[in-house]
Design a protein around this ligand. Structure first.
Ligand SMILES: Cc1cc2nc3c(=O)[nH]c(=O)nc-3n(C[C@H](O)[C@H](O)[C@H](O)COP(=O)(O)OP(=O)(O)OC[C@H]3O[C@@H](n4cnc5c(N)ncnc54)[C@H](O)[C@@H]3O)c2cc1C
Length: 231
């Protein structure tokens, strides 16, 4: 009971308004409620979803209409862990609670370009930043499990970028890094934003450093092998 009362004070309660399945692995969720109207949201911010009995999981609002009290997120249904299972089972009309939004990826002015590295969990932030800056200022390179499915999901949410399929022993990360180096060279004033899997970020950073292409920016691991609920 104490938890429920505290929860009501801390969290924003929302209702699922619409769900679009984008292939087998992505669910585009539109949700709303009066509690969204009092928020201060900026593209790149994160929010935490409260999963009763499991704790919090972090997601990215892709859009947030404060006046309308409506927002959207893209869930990557990667397995059977709590967040993925929540996304898989979510139905229109379900009520749930979130904490935030809170600052996650910012730091560049609206006109400054970003070169973004990430994966399927980064499509939402890519969309939010694309809306804020325009497609030509957000250059994305993603490692993904399934190129065809990911490209269809990216097109559905209005993000363009390069997708490279994951290979055993991370063999794809050399080509991924080279692609990022090309984007950085083509956009000398761009900040480098690294998201997605912690282990991939580490390897790509090492590759960029070795090629003297590492640049200032933001590093934010979205998940890490064997760890749960990164924030
Ligand atoms: C700032 C921020 C923003 C994020 N935005 C989004 C978003 O918009 N959409 C989204 O889908 N995710 C997003 N994520 C990632 C998401 O929070 C994690 O994937 C989270 O671990 C999912 O919770 P879970 O309960 O499914 O897995 P957990 O219980 O946290 O982890 C269980 C196991 O699954 C593994 N795992 C976790 N994520 C993945 C994955 N993507 N692929 C393969 N294995 C995985 C873990 O390594 C662990 O071994 C974001 C994370 C952060 C920190």
């Amino acid at each position: 009971m104490f938890g429920a009362i505290v929860g009501r004070l801390l969290f924003r309660e929302v209702t699922t308004l619409e769900i679009r399945d984008l292939g087998r692995s992505f669910r585009l969720v539109r949700f709303g409620g009066d509690a969204l109207r009092s928020a201060t949201w900026e593209p790149g911010d994160k929010m935490q979803i409260y999963l009763p009995g499991q704790g919090m999981r972090t997601y990215t609002p892709m859009t947030w209409d404060v006046d309308g009290g409506v927002a959207e997120l893209l869930v990557f249904v990667h397995g059977t862990s709590p967040g993925a299972e929540w996304g898989r089972r979510l139905r229109v009309g379900d009520r749930w609670q979130l904490f935030g939004p809170r600052r996650s990826i910012r730091g560049a002015g609206p006109a400054d370009p970003f070169v973004l590295f990430g994966d399927e969990t980064s499509f939402g932030v890519a969309r939010a930043l694309t809306d804020a800056k325009g497609a030509s200022r957000v250059r994305c390179v993603f490692e993904v499990n399934d190129v065809a499915e990911s490209e269809a999901a990216l097109a559905a949410v209005g993000v363009s970028g390069t997708t490279l399929e994951r290979q055993p022993a991370d063999a794809h990360l050399a080509a991924t890094s080279e692609r990022l180096i090309d984007e950085l060279a083509a956009h000398p004033s761009a900040a480098l934003v690294m998201t997605g899997r912690a282990q991939s970020i580490q390897l790509v950073r090492a590759h960029l450093k070795a090629k003297r292409a590492l640049r200032a920016g933001t590093v934010k691991a979205y998940w890490s092998v064997g760890k749960t609920g990164l924030d």
